[in-house]
Design a protein around this ligand. Structure first.
Ligand code: SF4
Length: 454
C-alpha cells in the first residue's frame, strides 16, 4: 500500500488543515481519495490537475500556486500542507517559490515520494517533522510537558492528572487535531516522546527548540515509576512529592497486574509504531517470556533505553522487520499467543495459536498506568485461555485433523528469487510474456497463445 496514505491519514485528522496532494495520475489520486473518504471520515483532499502534457509544459506548478492562493484567501484554513508525491518530487517542482504564509494560513511542503519513503510510519514522521520545522521560536517563559506520539484519547488526560500531583501539567499533544496543538509546543518546558516512533521529528525538535527530553512512558511497574521520576528531575520539582506519587502509581500498576499472571507462557509480538516496546514490557513484567519483538520502526536513539531493558530480559528486537522475518521467528519457539500484524496473526491462527490483531485490538487501547496495564493483560489472558477454540478451528481446516504445529528450530527466511527458481517459475513455458511472432499466420498465433496460457 502506498506509504503516503499514512501521512494523509494524519493530515486529514487535522480539522483546520486543507491538504493538497499532488497526485501522480488518476490511479494515484483514486487511491488517496479512497483513503481520505474511507479511513478519515469523509474529508476531501485537493489536487491541481495533472497530465503528461501539463508536466511537460511545466504548468502544474502554476496551477498549484493559483490553487494555494485561492484556498488560503477563500477558506482561510490554519494550514495548507502540500504533499509532494512520486512524480512531483521526481520532476522537482520549485516548492520554495510558494508563499510560506498567506494571511494566517501556513503553507508547508511535505515531501512524500514513495521511492524514498517506504512505510506509513516514516510518512507520518515526515508530516510531524515538516510541521515542527515551521514552528515559531521557543518562548522564554515555558512550563509543562509536550507529549509526542500516537496516544489513546484518554492518555493525555490520565497523564495530566498525575503530572498535576507532582507540580506540572500536559502542555500539548502532537500530532494533534489542530495546528495550534503544534504551535503550543513553544510554550512547553520538556518534550516527552512516549514511544520510539517520531524519531526524525524529535531530531528536528532538538535542533530547533533546544528543550530537554524525557524518554520512556508511564507503562508497567518499572516504566511508570521511572517516567514520573524523570519528569520530576528534569523540571526540578519537589523530590519528596515526586517520589511519593511515583511510588504510589507504581504500586497501583503492580496491584492491577497481579490479577493477570502470565508466568510460563511464551508470547510473540510484532507491531509497527513503537507501542510494541511498551506492550512487551507489560507482558514480561506479568511473567511472560517474549523472546522476539518485531517492529516496523527502524533502529533509532529513542528506542535504545527500551531495547536495553528488553534485551536484559531475554527479548531480541528486530527493527524494520518484514513478513518473512516474522514467519521465520514464529517457527523458532512454541508460542502460546501471538500479538501481531494481520498477515502474521492469520498465519498463526492456521497453526492453532491464539492471536490478537495489533491494529484492531492493541493499538486501540491505552497501555498506561494501572488501568492500561489491566486492560491489556486482561485481553492477553482471555485470548490465551480460548486456545481450545483456536485448536478446534485449526484442526477442522487441517487435512489431517491435527493443526500444523510450530517447529522448535529456526527456519531461514524465504528467499523469493530462489523459491521461484526452484519452482521453475523462470522456465520459458511459465513466463507469461506475450512475444508476438514477427509474421503472424493463424498457426503461429495459436501456438504462441497456447504457450502463454500453459
Ligand atoms: S506510490 Fe507514488 S504513484 Fe503510487 S499511489 Fe503512492 S504516491 Fe501515487
Amino acid at each position: 500500500m502506498c506509504p503516503a496514505f499514512g501521512a494523509i491519514r494524519n493530515l486529514l485528522r487535522m480539522e483546520d488543515a486543507m491538504p493538497i496532494v499532488i497526485s501522480s495520475g488518476d490511479g494515484c489520486m483514486y487511491g488517496h481519495t479512497f483513503v481520505a473518504h474511507f479511513y478519515v471520515a469523509n474529508r476531501p483532499i485537493f489536487s491541481p490537475g495533472v497530465s503528461s502534457q501539463m508536466w511537460a509544459k511545466g504548468s502544474v506548478f502554476d496551477e498549484l500556486k493559483a490553487m494555494v492562493v485561492e484556498m488560503a484567501e477563500k477558506y482561510q484554513p490554519s494550514l495548507i500542507p502540500i504533499c509532494s508525491l512520486c512524480v512531483s518530487d521526481t520532476v522537482g517542482l520549485p516548492f520554495e517559490l510558494l508563499p510560506k504564509q498567506i494571511g494566517n494560513t501556513e503553507i508547508v511542503y511535505v515531501p512524500l515520494p514513495a521511492y524514498s519513503v517506504h512505510t506509513h510510519a516514516r510518512a507520518k514522521d515526515i508530516v510531524v517533522d515538516s510541521l515542527v520545522w515551521r514552528l515559531p521560536s521557543q518562548r522564554k517563559a515555558r512550563s509543562g510537558v509536550n507529549l509526542i506520539g500516537e496516544l489513546f484519547p484518554s492518555d493525555p488526560i490520565k497523564i495530566d492528572d498525575v503530572l498535576r500531583r507532582i507540580g506540572t501539567h500536559v502542555n500539548t499533544t502532537v500530532p494533534g487535531p489542530r495546528w495550534e496543538d503544534y504551535v503550543a509546543m513553544v510554550d512547553g518546558a520538556v518534550n516527552a516522546p512516549l514511544h520510539p516512533f517520531y524519531s526524525e521529528s524529535v531530531k528536528r525538535m532538538k535542533m530547533k527548540q533546544g528543550l530537554p527530553f524525557v524518554e520512556g512512558a508511564p507503562v508497567g511497574i518499572d516504566g511508570t515509576y521511572a517516567w514520573i521520576k524523570s519528569v520530576g528531575e528534569i523540571l526540578q520539582l519537589d523530590p519528596a512529592t515526586v517520589e511519593s506519587v511515583a511510588a504510589d502509581e507504581r504500586e497501583k500498576v503492580r496491584a492491577a497486574m497481579a490479577d493477570y499472571p502470565l508466568k510460563g507462557l511464551t508470547f510473540m509480538v510484532a507491531g509497527y509504531e513503537g507501542h510494541e516496546f511498551m506492550l512487551v514490557r507489560l507482558l514480561i513484567e506479568a511473567g511472560a517470556s517474549v523472546p522476539y519483538l518485531s517492529t516496523a520502526v527502524n533502529t533509532n536513539p529513542l528506542a535504545r533505553q527500551e531495547e536495553a531493558w528488553l534485551r536484559e530480559r531475554g527479548c531480541t528486537v528486530l527493527y524494520g522487520a518484514n513478513f518473512d522475518d516474522e514467519i521465520g521467528a514464529l517457527q523458532d519457539h512454541p508460542y502460546d499467543c501471538v500479538i501481531g500484524t494481520t498477515p502474521l496473526c492469520a498465519h498463526a491462527k492456521e497453526l492453532g495459536i491464539p492471536s490478537i490483531y495489533y491494529t484492531n485490538a492493541m493499538a486501540t487501547r491505552s497501555q498506561m498506568f494501572a488501568e492500561g496495564a489491566a486492560d491489556i493483560l486482561s485481553l492477553a489472558t482471555s485470548t490465551y485461555r480460548s486456545k481450545e477454540r483456536y485448536h478446534k478451528i485449526a484442526s477442522f481446516f487441517s487435512e489431517t485433523g491435527i493443526p500444523r504445529q510450530t517447529a522448535t528450530s529456526w527456519q531461514p527466511k524465504i528467499d523469493l528469487t530462489e523459491h521461484l527458481i526452484v519452482n521453475d517459475a523462470f522456465a520459458p513455458t511459465n513466463v507469461a510474456v506475450a512475444v508476438a511472432p514477427a509474421a503472424v499466420d493463424g498457426s503461429e498465433a495459436q501456438a504462441a497463445h497456447g504457450a502463454v496460457g500453459a
